[in-house]
Design a protein around this ligand. Structure first.
Ligand code: ZN
Length: 134
């Protein structure tokens, strides 16, 4: 598997509208706009930082994964996403190594990227996302 870079850091917030002021107004990052991914019950907002991005995540529903995360752990860092060259290859390699996956096959995330999550039990508690953008 070839990891190219940290693609983004996923940060769970109660509200993008409220959460973005720190990133945009205090840190001066550019707000690229928000996008809702219905299938994952989440609205995402991206702030480019050099080669990577900060991704704010707001749940669109109380039973969505981000809402459940905040309920358990509060707002904050939720996942780290690595950009890979070939996500199918990466998943096959991880399966071969016996790594527990949340997504057995890639799904489509924000910005049309192919994404897949590894299970935090396999990564000492860190929710890891792989993502491939063509
Ligand atoms: Zn992400």
């Amino acid at each position: 598997m070839k990891i190219l870079k940290i693609d983004h850091l996923g940060i769970a917030v109660n509200s993008i509208e409220e959460g973005k002021s720190f990133w945009k107004d205090v840190l001066g990052l550019e707000f690229e706009g928000a996008e809702t991914v219905e299938e994952q019950k989440v609205t995402t907002a991206f702030f480019p930082v050099g080669e990577s991005e900060v991704e704010l995540l707001e749940s669109t529903s109380p039973d969505g994964p981000v809402a459940k995360y905040i309920e358990k752990k509060g707002q904050g860092m939720q996942h780290v996403a690595f950009r890979v060259e070939n996500i199918e290859e990466a998943l096959a390699e991880l399966k071969e190594k016996g790594i527990k996956l949340i997504d057995q096959t890639p799904r489509i995330g924000a910005g049309g990227a192919k994404i897949a999550f590894l299970h935090p039990k396999a990564t000492a508690g860190v929710l890891v996302e792989l993502c491939q953008r063509d």
